[in-house]
Design a protein around this ligand. Structure first.
Ligand SMILES: O=C(O)/C=C\C(=O)CC(=O)CC(=O)O
Length: 214
């Protein structure tokens, strides 16, 4: 089987989630960088629209197919590559993992992504992004107060952690005050030096601008 190819952008939190999952599962993959900003965004070109009709990253070519949507990709990896499980065994804990993934991937990230911020406009975009991230993080913090052990759900790393860490990076990028979210901060700190998370970090990506990578 050919090595999987991930269409990715260094600073895209959705690409980053999938990179973490691939790294944790030790699945070798190649990256095809798609610049979301060059020339108005390479994701909108005809060639890439054939790969991903949503004109977004990530997309993953794997097992002879192309998959889009980060959570759907991560669940496929979990189902087909059971090594280093990223979902708990227990059904209620699985539901808790999905809950946190949903809040982040549907309730926060889409509201502060590039296409929405362009639409909101330069003047309002920071306040807008902060509002939706804080609203979502209040919910995540509350959920974590019941589910967290060392990580988001219990003491094993799950897909919820793969979603949380990149969203914390985005929160910092928009200067959100994270002090009201001590559990989120603790889990982020716990994971920042994990090799799979470090290798997936924007600053470690081949398309990261050299002045940022330093
Ligand atoms: O470098 C840029 O400014 C462009 C795009 C992004 O950050 C990615 C997003 O749209 C946000 C996200 O993935 O959450």
């Amino acid at each position: 089987m050919a090595k999987p190819v991930l269409y990715s952008y260094w600073r895209s939190s959705c690409s980053w989630r999938v990179r973490i999952a691939l790294n944790l599962k030790e699945i070798p993959y190649d990256i095809k960088a798609v610049s979301l900003i060059k020339g108005g965004g390479e994701q909108h070109c005809n060639e890439y629209r054939e790969v991903n009709p949503m004109e977004q990253v990530p997309s993953l070519c794997i097992d002879g197919h192309t998959l889009i949507e980060s959570l759907s990709i991560m669940h496929y990896l979990e189902e087909t590559r059971p090594q280093r499980p990223l979902m708990p065994q227990d059904c209620m804990k699985r539901a808790k993992v999905r809950e946190i993934c949903e809040v982040i991937s549907s309730g926060i990230q889409p509201l502060q992504n590039l296409i929405v911020l362009i639409y909101v406009g330069e003047e309002k975009k920071k306040e807008w992004a902060q509002h939706w991230i804080m609203r979502g993080f209040r919910a995540v913090e509350k959920l974590l107060s019941a589910s967290a052990g060392k990580y988001c759900v219990g003491d094993e790393i799950t897909l919820a952690d793969c979603c949380l860490v990149p969203q914390v990076f985005n929160a910092r990028r928009f200067h959100v005050d994270l002090r009201p979210f001590p559990i989120i901060l603790r889990i982020d700190r716990e994971l920042e030096n994990h090799p799979a998370f470090r290798a997936a970090h924007p600053s470690a990506q081949p398309d990261c601008p050299p002045e940022v990578a330093k």
